[in-house]
Ligand binder design. Sequence first.
Ligand code: ZN
Length: 133
Amino acid sequence: MERFIVKTKGRGDFINITDKVISAVEKSGIKNGAAIIFICGSTAALTTMEYEKGLIEDMREFLEKIAPENADYKHHQRWGDRNGAAHIKSALIGTDLAVPIENRELQLGTWQQIILIDFDERPREREILVKVI
Ligand code: ZN
């Protein structure tokens, strides 16, 4: 299994990790199969999308409507932190992806990138796992 660390700024930081996942798949030497990509954490998420500034802003605005950062969450009262919105966004988008591999290549669409989104309220170092099977 391959692992890599990504430094984030938090608060809805979108980071394109496609090249790092491609490197992990190349290292595995596996020709046909699937890459399972997983982020260890409950305030970040993995998705695929076109990595484009306008769309990133659209996603931020959309997610802010679903789970506003400044809303009052029961998690804040019970746990004493302020990242209830981040947990909800992470749970909705998810923390894992499975991408098919054919002839050593991830089968992504032309504009489809693998994106890490960190929703936490502070900068973080995130560990990404890539298990090729
Ligand atoms: Zn929390």
